[in-house]
Design a protein around this ligand. Structure first.
Ligand SMILES: O=C[C@H](O)COP(=O)(O)O
Length: 249
């Protein structure tokens, strides 16, 4: 029995049209009884579908995939955390490696986004993770600790922030770190959170992300200090997403 309530979050990335509402409905229908009693479920659709998903969400949480640091203004194409909340979101992913890479987001920008999430009353799911080159160079722990230190706002609390460890080389590749490597990283993240936030550090939920599938979920989610998963590809189908969430039952 985990001391923190597990969270299984699905990141749909740039996938999904209005026809995908039927798949989301199947997720909502499957989130029942024992599963609901044990595990939080969250789906982060593309922004175009967020309000429609929120309207039929049942007890499934809805999250955005990114937000701007400012609450409003002349920022073409961007979305404020307040807008996500207004559309029905309760959370937002910040600092995903695809944002850090494709949009050159720095730790400072990610931190500002996490602060914006808190301002808007959203839970920030803050992503960290090393590249393959960094792991091969033996720098994974230092890189990830540095990202955490630079991206997490002062005053963050376990109620308003979740950390997701996603090794970049494991995302969408079918590759995963060894169970020992996942355990080592999550334990290092826990230690860093306790060093900075004291007893509060024990309360933050730490998700693992990167090629989580129904067939590896049980083993990964059983690791101490893994409090859930951030799931990409396997979250697009209700069957596989729910199977991962049921790993906790
Ligand atoms: O945000 C989710 C992750 O990037 C993991 O994606 P994946 O499950 O497709 O590897």
């Amino acid at each position: 029995m985990k001391m923190r309530r597990p969270l299984v979050a699905g990141n749909w990335k740039m996938n999904g049209l209005t026809a995908s509402l039927a798949e989301f409905d199947r997720i909502v229908e499957g989130y029942d009884g024992a599963l609901k009693a044990k595990t939080d479920l969250l789906v982060c659709p593309p922004a175009t579908l967020l309000a429609a998903f929120a309207a039929g969400r049942g007890d499934v949480g809805i999250g955005g995939q990114d937000c701007h640091a400012k609450p409003f203004g002349a920022h073409t194409g961007d979305i404020a955390a307040e807008m996500l909340a207004d559309a029905g979101a309760s959370a937002v992913i910040v600092g995903h490696s695809e944002r850090r890479q494709d949009h050159r987001e720095s730790n400072g920008q990610v931190r500002a986004k996490a602060e914006a999430a808190r301002r808007a009353g959203l839970v920030a799911i803050l992503c960290v993770g090393e590249t393959r080159a960094e792991r091969e160079a033996g720098q994974a722990l230092d890189v990830v600790r540095g990202q955490l230190e630079g991206s997490i706002p002062d005053g963050a609390t376990a109620a308003d922030l979740v950390v997701a460890y996603e090794p970049v080389w494991a995302i969408g590749t079918g590759l995963t770190p060894t169970i020992e490597d996942i355990a080592e990283m999550h334990s290092a993240l826990r230690a860093a959170l306790k060093a900075r936030f004291g007893a509060e550090g024990d309360g933050f939920r730490l998700l693992y992300g990167g090629s989580v599938k129904p067939d590896n979920a049980t083993e990964i989610l059983a690791v101490a200090d893994v409090d859930g998963a951030l799931v990409g590809g396997a979250s697009l189908k209700a069957e596989s997403f729910l199977a991962i969430a049921r790993a906790y039952l």
